[in-house]
Design a protein around this ligand. Structure first.
Ligand SMILES: *[C@@H]1O[C@H](CO)[C@@H](O)[C@H](O)[C@H]1NC(C)=O
Ligand SMILES: CC(=O)N[C@H]1CO[C@H](CO)[C@@H](O)[C@@H]1O
Length: 380
């Protein structure tokens, strides 16, 4: 069973973590050792050491493919590791009818777990605060390689490892080991953002009884919406540790976009956000592993079928999502998602107006939050 390090034992560490806590919440911090066995894929990518080599690699990766183009995907092998994962659990100060329902949230590429618990104008941009106000509890963690969680090489980190981490963390949550304030949870909903949604989707499709509900935000399953070369090019990735000394402890496999306008291009839509928010999100960004980016679609071996899941599923993104819908989700969002979740009870696809991929930091984010908590109110 995993051990949790309690608040008192980690004073100095926690002063770094506890940026903001919603006033209506009681929260605990944890560093959880998570043991996982995962199918780790080896890639035949060059291990670039500087941006010249990276940019050349990216140019080759986006060059027109021919039948002769060799696959970068090499052998895979099951590896067992224990990773230290930093996490927060917040529940309403006053018990509610729903406080024994725990939302387990997995962030995407960009911000670490502060994606859900923003100190910036929390009345507008803080999902945890909103969910607490609606009576729910939230468990949210830094993905492997992010925030205060353990780092592994950016040439290795990949979706398969992270899917197993989410499964194991969810099992730990379900035992009550990290949810002392509410006891053993009665219901669990898995929620993801972007890469975190693909992780969540792969977890629930392979272990359909893992949770009662899934909420996939900033997700899309229609290949028509996915312009991979366009995305790689508009992400304009550079080696993170060469962009800023604050990224010095990530190896050269970890990348980040070149500036805030690049982030705006892919994650935001004017005029539905303000400059202060864009600056904040850029300042909070974390590096991503190229192998995370590359494996977004490779969870569960690339099989997206979630028909074994019979709980409730919500897929929600900004109507103008640039990343998963090539900028316009209308007409390509419901399918094939509805077919993949054909046995979900129910499956609800929802396009949130006036926002791109990171709708969490657009105006009217609370409008989207309300769609999410209403969905949970109605269905679990
Ligand atoms: C805010 O979001 C909700 C939920 O998506 C939507 O119904 C509403 O129209 C939005 N309001 C504006 C002004 O965009
Ligand atoms: C200012 C603006 O573009 N608002 C739009 C928000 O979304 C609704 C629904 O799609 C549109 O009708 C508005 O024009």
């Amino acid at each position: 069973m995993s051990m949790s390090l309690k608040r008192s034992a980690l004073g100095a560490f926690l002063s770094l973590v506890a940026v903001y806590y919603p006033p209506g919440a009681q929260c605990r911090e944890f560093m959880i050792p998570v043991e996982v066995s995962s199918e780790v894929v080896q890639f035949n990518f060059p291990q670039w050491g500087n941006d010249f080599e990276l940019v050349d690699f990216l140019a080759i990766a986006t060059t027109r493919q021919t039948p002769e183009t060799p696959s970068p995907i090499g052998d895979s092998a099951v590896q067992t590791n224990t990773f230290r994962i930093a996490a927060s659990f917040c529940s309403p100060r006053e018990p509610t009818e729903k406080s024994k329902t725990v939302i387990v949230a997995t962030h995407g590429i960009g911000q670490a777990r502060s994606h859900w618990n923003s100190p910036l104008v929390p009345d507008e941009y803080n999902f945890v605060q909103f969910a607490i106000s609606q009576g729910y509890s939230v468990f949210f963690y830094d993905r492997l390689g992010q925030g205060f969680s353990e780092r592994i090489s950016g040439f290795v980190n990949q979706i398969n490892i992270q899917v197993e981490i989410l499964k194991e963390l969810t099992r730990i949550v379900k035992t009550g080991a990290v949810t002392e304030a509410i006891g053993v949870p009665e219901k669990v909903a898995l929620m993801g953002y972007s890469f975190g949604s693909y992780i969540t989707h792969a977890a629930i499709s392979t272990v359909p009884d893992l949770a009662d509900a899934v909420v996939l935000t900033a997700v899309g399953f229609n290949p028509e919406g996915l312009n991979i070369n366009g995305l790689v090019r508009s992400f304009v990735p550079r080696i993170a540790n060469m962009q800023s000394s604050k990224f010095s402890s990530w190896d050269t496999g970890y990348l980040t976009w070149v500036d805030k306008f690049t982030q705006m291009n892919t994650y935001f839509k004017l005029p539905f956000f303000d400059e202060a928010t864009a600056n904040f999100v850029e300042q909070e960004k974390q590096p991503f592993a190229w192998t995370e980016f590359f494996t977004i679609n490779m969870g569960n071996g690339g099989d997206f079928d979630a028909s074994a899941f019979t709980g409730a599923a919500l897929a929600i993104t900004g109507q103008n999502d640039y990343i998963v819908c090539d900028g316009d989700c209308v007409g390509i969002f419901e399918e094939p998602a509805s077919t993949l979740y054909q046995n979900a009870q129910p499956f609800v696809p929802y396009l949130h107006p006036n926002a791109s991929h990171n709708f969490n930091f657009h105006y009217n984010a609370t409008g989207a939050y309300a769609v999410i908590t209403k969905f949970l109110d109605d269905n679990i």
